[in-house]
Design a protein around this ligand. Structure first.
Ligand code: AKB
Length: 315
């Protein structure tokens, strides 16, 4: 084991499953430690270990054992899961981050932590939501994201922790199974299209939400972590955006590949969450500070997801 390793918590989640291989490719397999609480992929190649982010002593042991200097702290509970169990969301989302930040002070770690469009709420301007705006979320997950952003900035100002963060939009990917979130309908729809030719959509057809293909999210996250510190003007969390689409627009894009695909719209409890979030995001500060630029539009994302999910189902 070499010095200056990278620890990725939530390594087998939607983001972690793609971030770990990208980091391994960039920095070497022996530099990346994938941490999981229980889920482990059978075909994983590299260094993996077990641990719970709410267990301070275990995290500290891992940091010492692997000589960690950077943490991508991804483990957490999403918006729908957080409404099912707000106490658990608080414990994992806030407890895990507080542990990571306290260890970052002690071991001088660089920290990446994802915030989300869930940090915004019903009183936030919904079109081209600015970087600096009202943050009054109505979900526990959103409350955790706002508190986490402020805590990260506090540790940066008070203890000089190199805390960096992005407000992820809905991230769409196929390597891992989607988690318990609101924007995840945009992943489930591909499985339903390919398996059944039909999807029951939990959101109204015109519910516009900010979204991104995972390749862009991974590139942007690594790019932010590599940006020179003096370029960064935001130490809460950067607005981070690529495409915004509605379920109806996504259905139309899938129907270009599979014309007989059909959908029923049966909005459920997730509609209220989606309605409290922005429709489009102004991420001009990220573009200006560290050169953020996405590569995937709706058509390119749809093609990549369709092919990826089809292969996964076949396998
Ligand atoms: C969710 O819908 O909960 C997440 C998110 C936007 O943070 N995908």
């Amino acid at each position: 084991m070499t010095k200056n390793s990278i620890l990725v918590t939530g390594a087998f989640g939607l983001v972690g499953s793609e971030l770990v291989p990208a980091l391994q490719k960039k920095y070497g397999q022996d530099k990346v430690i994938a941490l999981a609480r229980k889920t482990m992929a059978d075909d994983f190649i590299g260094i993996l270990d077990k641990g719970d982010v709410t267990d301070f002593a275990r995290l500290e042991e891992l940091i010492k054992q692997y000589q960690i200097n950077t943490i991508y702290h991804l483990a957490g509970i999403l918006s729908v899961g957080g409404e099912k169990n707000p106490q658990l969301a608080w414990d994992i989302n806030m407890g895990g981050l507080k542990n990571v930040l306290d260890l970052a002070v002690k071991y001088k770690l660089k920290v990446f932590w994802p915030s989300s469009i869930a940090a915004f709420g019903p009183t936030t301007p919904t079109q081209n939501t600015p970087q600096h705006t009202v943050l009054e979320p109505s979900t526990m997950y959103g409350v955790n994201k706002v508190a986490g952003e402020l805590l990260g900035q506090y540790y940066h100002l008070k203890y000089d922790v190199d805390f960096r963060s992005l407000r992820y939009p809905g991230l769409n990917a196929y390597k891992a199974d989607p988690g318990d979130g609101t924007t995840e309908y945009a992943i489930h729809i591909f499985y339903a299209a390919i398996k059944d030719g039909h999807y029951v959509c939990p959101l109204k057809p015109n519910t516009r939400l900010p979204m991104m293909y995972m390749d862009d999210a991974i590139n942007g996250s690594i790019q932010l972590m590599e940006a020179p510190a003096e370029k960064l003007t935001v130490r809460t969390s950067y607005n981070f955006s690529a495409i915004s689409f509605t379920p109806a627009e996504l259905v139309a894009a899938i129907q270009k590949i599979q014309p007989d695909f059909t959908v029923d719209y049966q909005p459920n409890h997730t509609q209220a969450i989606a309605d409290s979030w922005p429709k489009t995001i102004d991420d001009g500060v990220a573009r200006q500070d560290w050169g953020w630029q996405e590569k995937f539009d709706l058509e390119k994302m749809t093609k990549a997801l369709y092919e990826g999910v089809k292969e996964k189902i076949k396998a």
